[in-house]
Design a protein around this ligand. Structure first.
Ligand code: SAM
Ligand code: TMP
Ligand code: ZN
Length: 403
């Protein structure tokens, strides 16, 4: 049943038995791993694309949540730019107040804090919340939901902006979120969020955007329907290149603002592409199976030739790729990653060792499987010596290529 409108959900892709995408495992750990069935469907009523099975939030977002947003220089700049725009626009009135849902290590709010503007990050994962605090950010270590929002409103007054990046799509309980936004947002305020865009996922066959934490795959059409369902309205959209293609959506209370022309344009583009059609989503599923077969046979060929293959970036996304394609330490020697909390551990389900970035050049492998393809420019930029030494990158988005 649809988590937005309770309509029937039709499944179109089954990615099989999958672990928690961020549950990097201690090699000494003998406890059985948690697995669930990762499958995606589309609501026949509101067209929202969503997971068929839900994972309890506490098993994903906890003290040791290993994802640190500030690990990417490109993302640091991205959020600094956004903060600057908010400060010059929505937050330029008298004594403004902004709440961020899922502030992580404070990558966005630190700029707001430095400007002396009232803010509050709501972040359930204790470790990253602590880092945000050390960056001068005010944080409430909690899940955002109706009860949290009501308390924040009581303590701080109404918010001018509620913002969420790569977080709203993680939350199945949207009814409680919208009730919270309704309670906390001032009458003229906006709810702004950015998440991976279904249009990019289908166009690039980036099926690795589907994992436990990404409960919804938003489109302008499904977000507009969701907003309407809860008394809000989609008033602006902006396409973003980060994380493999996202959309930044702006919602206001129904009738409070005139929607920008960009909304109608993106809706028309989706209509022309048939993005909400089951036929399109089934074609996407066929493409996903083709990528899986191509990637697997390439890696098996390389193994047969005795080549060394290492992966780059122990992303949450790569859990889906590794577990769906059956890629383990027999095909990929190790994954290098700059995140200390992931190093020395094994990738979830697939059990590939994670090593620091310095292991990459020690010595270079012949092939590097780019798991962090969304950071390609940043990574290939700093790893130019790899190709100069004769190494080749393997990509699988939008198709399997070796370069
Ligand atoms: N905003 C950062 C960014 O874009 O890099 C962090 C994104 S991270 C993928 C998702 C974050 O959302 C995690 O830090 C997680 O703990 C947090 N989160 C998950 N559910 C939440 C909820 N109900 N309320 C607030 N934060 C939540
Ligand atoms: P993300 O795709 O969810 O942002 O995760 C990116 C992962 O890749 C994260 O674990 C950090 C890692 N990474 C590197 O190891 N080197 C890099 O240069 C970048 C940008 C990311
Ligand atoms: Zn629905």
């Amino acid at each position: 049943m649809c988590r937005v409108c309770a309509g029937p959900v039709e499944e179109f892709l089954d990615l099989g038995r999958q672990p928690l995408s961020d549950a990097f495992r201690d090699p000494a750990d003998r406890e059985p791993e948690f697995f669930f069935r990762l499958a995606v469907g589309r609501c026949a009523q509101c067209t929202m694309v969503q997971l068929v099975e839900e994972v309890p939030r506490e098993s994903m977002f906890h003290q040791d949540y290993p994802y640190h947003s500030s690990g990417s220089a490109v993302m640091r700049e991205h959020f600094q730019r956004l903060a600057g725009r908010l400060l010059a626009g929505e937050l330029s009135g008298p004594d403004p107040f902004v709440v961020e849902i899922g502030c992580n290590d404070g990558i966005m709010l630190r700029t707001i804090g430095q400007a002396g503007v009232r803010h509050l990050g709501v972040e359930p994962s204790g470790g990253v919340a602590e880092i945000a605090r050390s960056n001068g950010v005010s944080v409430r270590n909690d899940f955002f939901q109706e009860s949290t929002a009501v308390q924040i409103r009581r303590e701080h007054g109404p918010a001018d902006v509620i913002y969420a990046a790569n977080t709203f799509c993680h939350i199945p309980y949207v009814d409680s979120i919208f009730a919270g936004i309704d309670a906390l947002l001032g009458p003229g305020g906006v709810f702004v969020f950015e998440d991976p865009y279904l249009g990019d996922i289908v166009a690039k066959t980036s099926f690795d955007q589907i994992y436990d934490e990404h409960f919804f795959l938003f489109s302008a059409r499904s977000v507009a329907a969701m907003a309407r369902h809860f008394g809000f309205e989609l008033v602006d959209v902006e396409r973003l290149e980060v994380h493999g293609g996202e959309v930044r959506y702006t919602l206001a209370r129904a009738g409070a603002r005139t929607p920008s022309p960009a909304v109608a344009e993106l809706l028309a583009e989706e209509e022309a592409a048939g993005l909400a059609n089951m036929a399109t989503l089934r074609r996407f599923a066929d493409n996903v199976h083709r990528v899986r077969d191509d990637l697997r046979s390439l890696l098996e060929d390389l193994r047969a030739q005795g080549k060394r293959v290492v992966a780059y970036g122990a992303t949450a996304k790569s859990a889906t790729v590794a577990n769906f394609c059956g890629i383990g330490p027999d095909l990929v020697e190790f994954v290098c990653d700059t995140t200390p909390a992931k190093q020395g551990r094994l990738t979830p389900g697939s059990h590939i060792p994670v090593r620091p970035a310095s292991a990459f050049a020690d010595p270079y492998p012949q092939y590097a499987l780019l798991f962090a393809w969304n950071h390609a420019e940043e990574i290939m930029g700093k790893e130019q010596d790899f190709q100069a030494a004769g190494g080749q990158w393997i990509r699988y988005v939008p198709t399997v290529t070796v370069e």
